[in-house]
Design a protein around this ligand. Sequence first.
Ligand code: ADP
Ligand code: MG
Length: 458
Amino acid sequence: MDLNKKEGDYQTLWEGALKQLRSELSEQEFHIWFQQIRYLHSNVHSITISVPSNFYRDQIYHRYLPQIEKYLKEISETDISVNFEIEKASTPSKKRNSKTEAPITDVSHREIVKNTGLNPEYTFENFVMGDNNRFAANAAIAVSHNPGMVYNPCLIYGRVGLGKTHLLQAIGNYILTHAGEKKNKIIYITAENFINGFIQSIQENKTHLFKNKYRTANVLLIDDIHFLQKKHETQEELFHTFNALFELRKQMVFTCDRPISDIKDITERLQNRFTRGLSVDLQPPKTETAIAILQNKSNRLSVNVPEEVITYICQSITTNVRDLEAALTQVVAYSDLINQPISLAIAKQQVSEFFHIPNQKSISIDEIQRAVAEYFNVTISDLKGKRKNKKIILPRQTAMYISYDITETSMTDIGLEFGGRDHTTVVHACQRIKAHIHSDPSYEVIIQNIRKLLNKKS
Ligand code: ADP
Ligand code: MG
């Protein structure tokens, strides 16, 4: 295949490789691991795909990557590596165009969904209510029944993996299927894409188109607004969009990974706007709700998972719903792989194997910096400072990588913790370390050793 360096070619290449892989796996196995994987972008020698979590990344990396790269090479006749990006939220159109998507029965809904970037699985029907999320879910339902009328804006906040994106998109999906004339301009977008779109419109001298697009929305859903930190021009633009839509009583819903008051470097007037309506928070589910969520999930996957297995997973994993789902997926996939019925023994083994490192989410970046400095025998100010010699760059990048991997801190905040660096530096550091591990797998062992060091200290 002749690669013209066009995005489309690489996407076709990626899909070709997946197709080959698919023919080697059971339908269920393929579905479990690749249903949520999306092609993102590429450059000459690499393709970047998005995965739902670190867990998927590690699994795909170990189980399937060599095979995938082999197929990529066969088809393209050159070496192409695969990079992973953890999905922060959906990447609109590409997401629904992927050939690996789950079947959607309702064709007309699929057409509309294609244009909005909404994932049709994120509905209120698929959202299990419990004490941890009832208030937020009811607010979201109220908003979708009367867009623009009750709580405007509505702000949903909570840590990663607790269902913010699900609820936000459920509002969009509900309005799409129920509110006739309003469905024309429902915009779902991540703050990151909003920022990038705005920057691009400036570069191309098309800000009027950008403004027009958002200021004429009937419903505007913006995911992960914490990414607006430090983005002053975009904040300004959103402030005016907000005012225009608010005047017209158009519904706005935002999500954020922390209370608005904890966002650094955002103008006060925009902060005020975000909290002008109703703010609701999401908490991790308690065991009973977690069990209901996994039962619901296994029904949707059409697999029979014994009750004791679900209970075990829910008692062992208490971080968030995304991790719960990942553990269930792992157990189901592994049983399928070894062709055995799903059992408590398998669950115990798999959960301990893949979550063997105790919950490190509570470890701070400070602690990581200390452990890394100790391990490499450099100082913490070396890690935060500007010196650029080799001896320091690797530890610094490693510390950033571990921070991103095991804490719930955004790249932006990690950058701030490392001497006020830009988030792109963190992105770059993570890529470098991943590439390093890729070319020298023993580096993974080093990372694991540092993580063990962290465990001993905490
Ligand atoms: P966030 O945006 O807060 O990081 P997501 O909305 O992406 O989290 O949720 C992570 C995963 O957990 C998704 O697959 C979502 O469908 C699922 N999930 C979260 N909460 C619930 C719930 N109450 N019921 C069913 N699924 C849930
Ligand atoms: Mg999200």
